[in-house]
Design a protein around this ligand. Sequence first.
Ligand SMILES: NC(=O)c1ccc[n+]([C@@H]2O[C@H](COP(=O)([O-])OP(=O)(O)OC[C@H]3O[C@@H](n4cnc5c(N)ncnc54)[C@H](O)[C@@H]3O)[C@@H](O)[C@H]2O)c1
Length: 313
Amino acid sequence: MHKSILIIGACGQIGTELTLALRDKYGKDSVIASDIREGNSELMASGPFELLDATNYEAIEDVVMHYEIDEVYLMAAMLSATAEKFPMRAWNLNMNSLFNVLNLAKEKKISKIFWPSSIAVFGPNTPKINTEQNTIMEPSTVYGISKQSGERWCEYYFKKYGVDVRSVRYPGLISWKTLPGGGTTDYAVEIYHKALSDKKYNCFLKEDTVLPMMFMDDAIRATIDIMDSKPEQIKIRSSYNLAAMSFDPAEIANSIRKHIPEFEISYEPDFRQHIADSWPSSINDADAQKDWGWKPKFDLDKTTKEMLKQLRS
Ligand SMILES: NC(=O)c1ccc[n+]([C@@H]2O[C@H](COP(=O)([O-])OP(=O)(O)OC[C@H]3O[C@@H](n4cnc5c(N)ncnc54)[C@H](O)[C@@H]3O)[C@@H](O)[C@H]2O)c1
């Protein structure tokens, strides 16, 4: 059956690769990319694009009606590090964009939603190792508070109005096509760029800060897989824990040294250390594995090999 997809926030780190992957799968004209700014040349050349503000309900509704959209992937948000600087702007963007899309589904104007949550829903009181799906949350960052509230609203709209909304709690994402957009795990992308350009990197987190991470190809596959699953497979309507690997900056530096032996790393923690300290070190994603067959393919060394290969070419 033909379906029409709208991606909001398509020009960011995840949206760029998600748009390209969905266009490969469903055809370029079935996937409408949108953002408040234009994206990179590969994205802009790959199919239809609309300038669209995720906080403007009427504007989204117009695009949905015009293209007869069935599914919306809402990727627009203000990320963790930037949100600490602009708390009210982050809250307004992260919550209003979600309500706009949830309400379009409640009004039966679209039939399915993907909305990403984050490991930032957990907080300093959460058990850090192998963090369970259901545990103490109490997020202590603006971003985490918005994501936890978002999860509660997604589950509410599913239970109360039957809205088919699906979500995963992405860990920090590592990619080479698009630079990250102001998160606490951005170091794990910057480090590869600097390893190639300068052979050294000054890290804004401490060397032993272990965080859950994932290579972008795995994140895109998880996103498409959860959206392709039958509705009855999706037993969690807040958001699924999702995991691939966990490492600290010293370990990623060692992984890079297997390819660039002279690579050096130094440490100068800034305000992002405080955010990282409030998050889990590793995630238990047994529910995603059981309910819709999730399995990661990339570990740290495989990610390093792919990142260096792609950034070199
Ligand atoms: N990248 C990660 O490591 C990570 C981890 C966990 C969760 N997430 C979540 O995944 C989603 C996408 O993250 P990302 O890393 O691609 O973010 P990003 O910052 O790279 O991209 C966000 C995009 O949204 C756009 N945008 C901002 N305000 C907008 C508005 N008002 N209307 C329309 N578009 C707007 C931006 O221009 C940008 O292109 C977010 O919800 C984020 O919280 C990301």
